[in-house]
Design a protein around this ligand. Structure first.
Ligand code: NAP
Length: 265
C-alpha cells in the first residue's frame, strides 16, 4: 500500500493488518476468526451465527467491506496481484512507464483510467458497449485526456500469460465485427463495480439500490447499537485510510452507546 499515511516507503496490506491487530491486542481486544452466515438484529443482544456457534453481542460494528466485481475468467483470477488489479490507487504505481488497460464503462472505470494516466504511458479503456454508464463530466474528462484511448464494443476473452506469472496481453473480441485479436498490455485494471458484503443484513438494515448499507452521521444504521463503517457503507471514497477513519468513528459511538446505557464497553 503506497497511500496509507505514516509509511513513507509503503507497506504490504497483510503486514498493515497484522500491525493493527497487534496494536489493538495491546488494549485487550480479542479475535475470533469465522464466517458470519446469518445475523438477527431484531432484539438485543444481537445474534451472529458463526459456523455452528452463535455469538451474542450488545453492539455490532459491520466492517465487512465490498468485493470488487471480476470478469470471472480463470486466467484473470490467476493473475490477480501479477498485473490484474481492481484498485488503481493501490497498484497503479507499479506500472509506471507502462501501457495499461482499464475495463468498464462507468464512473469507476473513468476514475481509474484518469488516475492511471499519472503512471502509464498509455491507458486503453475497454468497454463492452458503445454507451456509457459514467456521468457526462467523468466521461468527457477521460475523453479529453490524451493518454486515454477508448476501445468499444469489446470484451476480454482471456488474459495472458499465466505461465509467466505476469500480464503480457489480452485476448479481445469485438462484439459488432466478431474480430478476435491479442492486445499487448502490462496490466488490466477492472472498473466494473463492487459488491458490498451486506447480504446477511437484507431486510434488517436499510440498503441502497446496489446493496450498500445506508448510514446517517457517517456510521449509524437504523438499528440502535448497530454501526457500519468502511466500504460496506461507502461507495465514494473506498480507501483504506477512510475506512480506518470511519472504523474509529464507529468504535467511539459504541463506547458512547454503552456508556449511555450504563454498561462498561
Ligand atoms: P457501474 O456504474 O455499475 O458501471 C459498471 C460498468 O462495468 C458498466 O459500464 C458495465 O457495463 C461494466 N461491466 C459490469 N460487468 C461487466 C462485465 N462482466 N464485463 C464487462 N463489463 C462489465 O459501476 P461503477 O462504475 O463502479 O459505479 C458505481 C456507482 O458509484 C455509480 O453510481 C457511480 O456514479 C458511483 N461512482 C462515482 C464516482 C465519482 O463520482 N467520482 C466514482 C466511482 C463510482 P454495462 O454498461 O454494459 O452494463
Amino acid at each position: 500500500m503506497e497511500n496509507f499515511p505514516g509509511f513513507p516507503n509503503g507497506i504490504q496490506g497483510p503486514e498493515l493488518i497484522e500491525n493493527m491487530r497487534t496494536q489493538a491486542g495491546r488494549f485487550g481486544s480479542q479475535y475470533q476468526l469465522g464466517h458470519v452466515s446469518a445475523a438477527d438484529l431484531s432484539k438485543r443482544p444481537f445474534t451472529l451465527k458463526v459456523g455452528k456457534d452463535s455469538i451474542l453481542t450488545r453492539t455490532l460494528i459491520i466492517a465487512s467491506g465490498a468485493s470488487a466485481r471480476w470478469l470471472g475468467l480463470p486466467s484473470e483470477q490467476a493473475l490477480i496481484g501479477h498485473g490484474v488489479s481492481s484498485c488503481a490507487t493501490c497498484d497503479g504505481f507499479f506500472f509506471s512507464g507502462k501501457e495499461i488497460a482499464v475495463i468498464g464503462g462507468g464512473d469507476s472505470a473513468m476514475e481509474e483510467a484518469l488516475f492511471l494516466t499519472r503512471f502509464a504511458t498509455k491507458v486503453t479503456l475497454i468497454h463492452r458497449r458503445d454507451q456509457f454508464r459514467a456521468s457526462k463530466i467523468m466521461l468527457e474528462r477521460a475523453q479529453k485526456n490524451e493518454k486515454i484511448q477508448f476501445m468499444l464494443d469489446t470484451v476480454i476473452e482471456d488474459v495472458y500469460d499465466v505461465s509467466q506469472k505476469e500480464v503480457t496481453a489480452l485476448k479481445l473480441r469485438n462484439l459488432k465485427t466478431g474480430k478476435v485479436w491479442d492486445f499487448p498490455t502490462s496490466a488490466m485494471f477492472l472498473g466494473i463495480g463492487h459488491i458490498p458484503n451486506a447480504r446477511i443484513f437484507e431486510g434488517q438494515l436499510d440498503m441502497d439500490s446496489e446493496g450498500y448499507l445506508v448510514t446517517t452521521n457517517s456510521v449509524f444504521t437504523r438499528v440502535p447499537g448497530v454501526y457500519a463503517c468502511g466500504d460496506v457503507q461507502d461507495r465514494r471514497y473506498r480507501q483504506a485510510i477512510t475506512a480506518a477513519g470511519s472504523g474509529c468513528m464507529a468504535a467511539l459511538e459504541v463506547e458512547k452507546f454503552l456508556d449511555d446505557e450504563g454498561q462498561q464497553p
